[in-house]
Ligand binder design. Sequence first.
Ligand code: SAM
Length: 279
Amino acid sequence: MKFGRKLRRFFRRTRRIWPSPDRKQAAAEREVIHRGLDYIEYLDRLHLALNPASYVEIGVYVGESLAKARCAAVAIDPDIKLRGETLAARSETHIFQMTSDHFFEGQDLRRIFPAGVDLAFIDGMHLFEYALRDFINLERFARPQGLIAIHDCCPLNAEMALREWNAEARVVREWANWWTGDIWKLLPILRQYRPELEIFVLDTPPSGLVLVNGLDPASTVLSDRYAEIVTAFSMDLDEGRLLRFRQEFPTLDSRGAFSPEALCRRLRAPESPARPPTA
Ligand SMILES: C[S@@+](CC[C@H](N)C(=O)[O-])C[C@H]1O[C@@H](n2cnc3c(N)ncnc32)[C@H](O)[C@@H]1O
């Protein structure tokens, strides 16, 4: 083998073993692991700090997050598999074994919570148009200082945010069973169409937790422009888009400045002007 070819092969191999700082940086940016409070612990402390009188959860599964609600709760999921002490913390739990769309078509939340909803959690179907409908439907019943939490808006890599969950096809095997779907799109959608909302993007593992404050039950912007939004946000998340997304929506410190207790102190009072979050 000629010396030049040997030299080229040597450098190719070395690069594979010791990636350049740029390549390391790019790899680190592609796979961000959130290091804050676990989202269940965050929700637990949020319930204690906020002390809501009414709670709605879309997407319940075994009831791990529902178990943290101490107030009257509505639980919606077509395939509930409650286990453990899910119901122990409260005297009133209204369970609806159906999709959230089906629930909002046929039920009136106001009959259960005449004063409105203080806290809601969206963790049902992980396709953005479903989560967007959940947001629209829940906001109609929100109390002025209410909060809507949304799970899974911060994927660790682009492939877990594909619309189809195909564990076998996934390259990063370690996270092949995690699927956030394209719920991340709710953040640019809310920022573009509802800039007055106050949005907190928290660094809770595994895949972030978003809290939305400053809700307006009378707003019809999202429902009026629903079809336009769904068409405009039909793209997939690729690595470049993921980097830009992370720059636009940096995560906030859920252990420190944005702990549940600190966040509750920052919540916007009804009628006061928007206060953008600072890290
Ligand atoms: C990730 S799990 C919820 C986990 C739970 N919130 C927790 O943190 O412990 C998602 C749940 O959403 C439910 N789901 C799927 N499609 C739904 C829909 N259209 N409406 C409501 N729930 C849905 C599934 O049946 C599943 O139990």
